[in-house]
Design a protein around this ligand. Sequence first.
Ligand code: ADP
Ligand code: MG
Length: 395
Amino acid sequence: MRTLKDLNAAGKRVLVRVDYNVPIKDGKVKDDTRITASLPTLQYLLEQGATLVLLSHLGRPKGGFEEASSLAPVAKVLEKHLGRPVRFIGGSPELTPASEATLEQVKSLPQGSVALLENVRFEPGEEKNDEGLARKYARLGDAFVLDAFGSAHRAHASVTGVARFLPSYAGFLMEKEVKNLKRVIDNPDKPYWVVLGGAKVSDKIGVIENLLPRVNGMLIGGAMAFTFIKTQGGQVGNSLVEDDKLELARNLLQKAQDLGVKFLLPTDVVAAQKIEPGVEKRIFPAGQIPQGWMGLDIGPETRKTFAQALQGAKTVLWNGPMGVFEIEDFAAGTLAVGQAIADLPEAFTVIGGGDSVAAANKLGVAEKFSHVSTGGGASLELLELGTLPGIEALS
Ligand code: ADP
Ligand code: MG
């Protein structure tokens, strides 16, 4: 990828695709992680003497202006973080990001200023990667910087399309994400362990298949463990199982064995009859869950086994919570495993996946990781395929 160091930005108008798809409630930004994550790139470009024109998507509008999906609230938060004015060009149906009216305002921006344009998904061609739209975006700048790692798995007009019509570069966030995630694919220090959890095996098959030959061991928790436990003949009660993935799970277990990769499943679980706070909980052996009961977290014995397995690891990738961490009664497993990884003295540790990052933040262990990815779907797809449409567009 070409990076910011390859760009002479002085005096140029630089179009930057950021990922400001942040949660907004009652017109207020509820989590500004993605905004702060973009600051190093923006500050660097401003120091170089560039004028900045920012593009982002927000939510899922239907291809036209919708007040509720306007980026206006984001401009205010960005202004505060940057410590300088941010001109918001939007807020009405005429000021969609590729419109003539927007272009006129962009052309009259003072040198060295910052403008945030309206939601790219107000343009009907955005998600279709329409070439005409990409060419219109290209009129907005002299160079293009992709820093929206969280959107880099989307071949959309503002992500990959516009890169065909302007000299294009990876921003610092994009560069950092790709470097750290590539490290756990291509050259991890050993022993290397991957910890997987979350709702479905089907979401993670590609990641398991790609990483299995590269690791020393995998720890499997979350609901996805039950598909593996069932395929080995275990009783999983009413736990979440993907019955159409039983054969695949059996094949993955076989493959792990053939490769000599340790593949640890939970030996005990915390179960309940309903997914609700305060309900009765019981501990069962993982393959002996009675009808009517669901495994909702890894049990105390598994917490210990998993934490022990990780001792001495030099690289750990974590994707997917160990249980229904959103409810405190079922968060202990995720906390124990997250803490065990965070406390490893010399390991390179990475969290990928939207819910896993949310869990680590909620449980207060995120700061101790070497890298916390800002891209849920993008990080998974990179771990699965080794590249992304956004990376290809910059190469
Ligand atoms: P990520 O976003 O990190 O990739 P996933 O989306 O795959 O993670 O999975 C997260 C979800 O999995 C969480 O909402 C969590 O409640 C759920 N989950 C974890 N363990 C279980 C379980 N045993 N039963 C039901 N749901 C579970
Ligand atoms: Mg998720």
